[in-house]
Design a protein around this ligand. Structure first.
Ligand code: ADP
Ligand code: MG
Length: 613
């Protein structure tokens, strides 16, 4: 008796793409299946730690590859954890991560699906690139019933009861007619050596009458000495562990000795994963205790702002029978984390020496690393030193805080920054006019996280970190140009304050503007306009809206004229109309929408016409 079941819709969609997209390196299916077999052995080993009944099964595990030239089949067997009926349905009929299929579809339309097969847990399905039919016989460790799963990789699969001597899984591929080369032992040996040498279990190739041959080195890569590992082996291990296909941007292999010993083999990818900002994303480190895989879900092993780091941490100082719950509050884990973080930061520091190379990393992960300035109290300054920012100094290259300081003007005591959505708009923000005039550099910060880290890093190497709105008194500004009459100016600001009382807290004058007549800002110490917009976009606003201030430039001919007009009751209507346009102008410079677009454009045409008439 057998159960016929359909693939979840997402699986069908994806299978279609995986099988039909022209994939140049089809042989990676073998790596995926061997990788799954190795995972299955890891899982059984872990289970055996707490379940003595399974210890016998967990000893001497291996992965066996059996080609059959006559039948044109290839079988990958392991004696790992195996699967029961639910496992088969849940793991080989659905896709665990939501959105995966859509992403694969998009990627394939952009021509990059091939590189992504592993990353989305579609590893197993890659078997259908070379096989018309896949038959699995499997038995879960500790259970008596074995199961058979068969599928042609089209609509669905069939499950029926089966027999298997012991726990483990055989995956038999009925190879397509033109994929006969996967029964050739010479070819198989070569593929396994290339892609799977680092697997920690023996991979045994069945040579038929000639017996069996162990093809890989079968020792966990990170336990070997650096000098014995080639660049390619490091890279293949990275592919195995990260499911990425790119070259790692950074490879960091170290052994920490001292009161706690552990080994780390860590990587930073050269491209950003699609789910870097998905809240359910798990971190990329696997924890081993003395080569036994424990968990890849130990949140505490690496801070969130380094969630792009992939790799392995192995420590023989942790108790083998440690439960995943205990790991969460372990002081040893805390120490390992601390040591690992400082090694990563040190290595990053070294890499900043080559700007172009470092930018490859920064454009992928800088925005995540910067979260660390906010999150990681003990490494705050170090992470800030590794961060790069846009600045008024240079339109092409980003700058560090240290470089900024090295260029600071005589007597300058602060690092100034402004925040907004778009660097181009920020560059022209009226608030920067006085800074430009005095040759003082301003950092142009345009990412949401930039609203937060300066709040926890008020100083850097003796320099205050200040938003430009907090700089009014720093400028030591002595201006000699004509200024609007004080009395008329007061009338104008009073009038405008009354007019705009629903939109801005007050209208004042400023010494900071040189070119623009007006500018919008907030009361010192309040949430910036950029942050306010961010919050509004996330529907979190209203309760703490900042008090906006409309600043007038008393040296600007337009303001001088308007102040004069404000003193004359007869011109009231005209003054009000121009005042409204000025507020709109300030909003536009800040990157905000005008309050009444039709009024604005009507008046705009009217004034343009006057100027050309
Ligand atoms: P991933 O390995 O990223 O989870 P795969 O598509 O390669 O995704 O495999 C899907 C799931 O199928 C695995 O997570 C595992 O639960 C199960 N599986 C695949 N191969 C085996 C195997 N040889 N033994 C036990 N379980 C397996
Ligand atoms: Mg897999």
């Amino acid at each position: 008796m057998s159960d016929k079941m359909s693939f979840q819709a997402d699986v069908s969609k994806m299978l279609d793409i995986v099988v039909n997209s022209l994939y140049s390196e089809k042989q990676i299916f073998l790596r995926e299946l061997i990788s799954n077999a190795s995972d299955a052995c890891d899982k059984l080993k872990y289970l055996a730690l707490t379940n003595p009944g399974l210890v016998k099964d967990a000893g001497n595990m291996k992965i066996k590859i059996t080609p059959d030239e006559k039948a044109n089949t290839l079988t990958i067997s392991d004696d790992g954890i195996g699967m029961n009926k639910e496992d088969l349905i849940n793991h080989l009929g659905t896709i665990a991560k939501s959105g995966t299929a859509d992403f694969v579809k998009n990627a394939s339309e952009n021509g990059s699906a091939c590189d992504l097969i592993g990353q989305f847990g579609v590893g197993f399905y890659s078997a259908f690139m070379v096989a018309d039919k896949v038959e699995i016989i499997t038995r879960r460790a500790g259970e008596d019933q074995a199961w058979k799963w068969v599928s042609d990789g089209m609509e669905g699969f069939e499950i029926s009861e089966a027999k298997r001597e012991s726990n483990g899984t055989d995956i038999k591929l009925f190879l397509k007619k033109d994929e006969k080369q996967y029964t050739d032992t010479i070819y198989l040996r070569q593929i396994i050596r290339t892609y799977s040498d680092h697997i920690g279990y023996p991979i045994v190739l069945d040579l038929g009458k000639a017996g069996e041959e162990t093809v890989n080195s079968a020792s966990a890569l990170w336990t070997r000495h650096k000098s014995e590992i080639s660049k390619d082996q490091y890279k293949e291990f990275y592919h195995h562990i990260s499911h990425n296909f790119d070259d790692p941007w950074m490879t960091l292999h170290f052994k920490a000795e001292g009161n706690i010993e552990y080994t780390g083999l860590l990587y930073i990818p050269s491209s950003a994963p699609y789910d870097l900002f998905q809240p359910d994303r798990k971190n990329g480190l696997k924890l081993y205790v003395n080569k036994v895989f424990i968990s890849d879900k130990v949140e505490e092993l690496i801070p969130n702002y380094l969630r792009f780091v992939k790799g392995v941490i192995d420590s023989s100082d942790l108790p083998l029978n440690i439960s995943r719950e205990m790991l969460q509050h372990s002081a040893l884990i805390e120490k390992i984390k601390h040591g690992t973080v400082s090694r990563i930061l040190k290595e990053l520091k070294k890499r900043t020496k080559d700007y172009d190379d470092y930018m490859k990393f920064w454009k992928n992960f800088g925005i995540v690393l910067k979260e660390g300035i906010y999150e990681d109290f003990s490494n705050r300054e170090e992470i800030a030193a590794l961060s790069y920012f846009n600045s008024t100094k240079d339109e092409e290259k980003l700058t560090t805080l240290d470089e900024y300081i090295s260029r600071a003007a005589e007597g300058q005591k602060a690092i100034y920054y402004i925040t907004g959505d778009d660097v181009k708009i920020l560059r022209n923000n009226p608030q920067l006019e006085a800074f430009k005039e005095k040759g003082i550099e301003v950092l142009l910060l345009n990412e949401p996280i930039d609203e937060f880290w300066p709040q926890v890093l008020p100083n850097y190497k003796g320099f205050a970190i200040k938003h430009v709105t907090q700089a009014e008194n720093d400028m030591g500004w002595e201006r000699k140009e004509a200024r609007a009459d004080e009395g008329s100016l007061k009338k104008l600001t009073d009038l405008m304050t009354e007019m705009f009382k629903n939109e801005v807290g007050k209208v004042t004058t400023t010494e900071k503007l040189t070119k623009s007549p007006v500018s919008l800002t907030v009361e010192d110490g309040q949430m910036s306009l950029h942050l306010e917009r961010l919050m509004r976009n996330h529907q979190q606003q209203t309760a703490f809206a900042s008090t906006r201030i409309l600043e007038l430039n008393p040296y600007h001919p337009l303001i001088i004229k308007l102040a004069d007009m404000a003193a004359d009751e007869a011109q009231r209507a005209k003054v009000e109309e121009i005042a409204k346009l000025l507020l709109d102008q300030a909003k536009i410079a800040e990157g905000e929408a005008v309050s009444d677009p039709s009024f604005f454009s009507e008046k705009m045409s009217e004034y343009i016409l006057k100027s050309v008439a």
